[in-house]
Design a protein around this ligand. Structure first.
Ligand code: HEM
Length: 165
């Protein structure tokens, strides 16, 4: 039961993570619709929810099960990928507020670009668990992300669509 719940929270975390990537992809590919507009407005809240869901996932899948520090530190390859992903998400989570945005200025955008590295770790995490619909979904979104970056670079000679950062 605990593991089933843990797995479900992992899947919800993955879905909300994908939701944070879609507005950027849509923007670069020139796709406009109401859902993407809504996701863009609430991207910060969706991202925060994603981190909290991933935290519950890790707690149920690992932290509640282990009985020693040795077990905590003995991570399988797919767990190492998940840990790297959640570490990146931690930095995005603690800076997902207006105070951080004002304080960090342009560095805020640099920090939040870490999501492009995080998505690879999340993909590797689910791919190393097993080939599943989650691997395919994450792989598909990763491809879309890369295609959208190539499209915007070819159109504007920059990955940011001509903006300074
Ligand atoms: C951003 C962070 C993470 C996300 C989005 C995530 C997502 C997922 C998803 C979607 C699955 C289900 C895969 C499937 O059924 O095919 C899963 C499974 C799992 N994850 Fe994560 N995960 C994350 C981080 C972690 C971390 C840090 C750990 C532990 C160190 C972890 C441990 C596990 C375990 C034990 C499973 C179950 C493997 C199995 O069924 O054999 N995850 N994760």
């Amino acid at each position: 039961m605990v593991q089933f719940l843990g797995n479900t929270f992992g899947k919800l975390a993955l879905l909300t993570y994908v939701a944070t990537l879609l507005p950027g992809i849509g923007n670069r590919l020139g796709i406009k619709n109401k859902i993407l507009v809504l996701l863009k407005i609430y991207r910060r809240e969706v991202g925060i929810s994603m981190y909290l869901l991933a935290l519950i996932h890790v707690t149920l899948e690992k932290l509640l099960i282990i009985t020693s520090v040795k077990e905590l530190l003995t991570l399988l390859p797919f767990e190492i990928m998940g840990t790297l992903a959640i570490l990146i998400c931690f930095f995005l989570f603690i800076t997902s507020n207006t105070v951080s945005m004002v304080w960090l200025k342009l560095n805020w955008y640099r920090i939040h670009r870490l999501t492009y590295i995080g998505m690879f770790f999340i993909f590797l995490h689910v791919a190393l668990v097993k080939l599943s619909i989650w691997t395919l979904l994450m792989g598909f979104v990763l491809m879309l992300q890369l295609i959208s970056l190539i499209v915007i670079y070819r159109r504007t000679d920059s990955f940011t669509g001509g903006r300074p950062i």
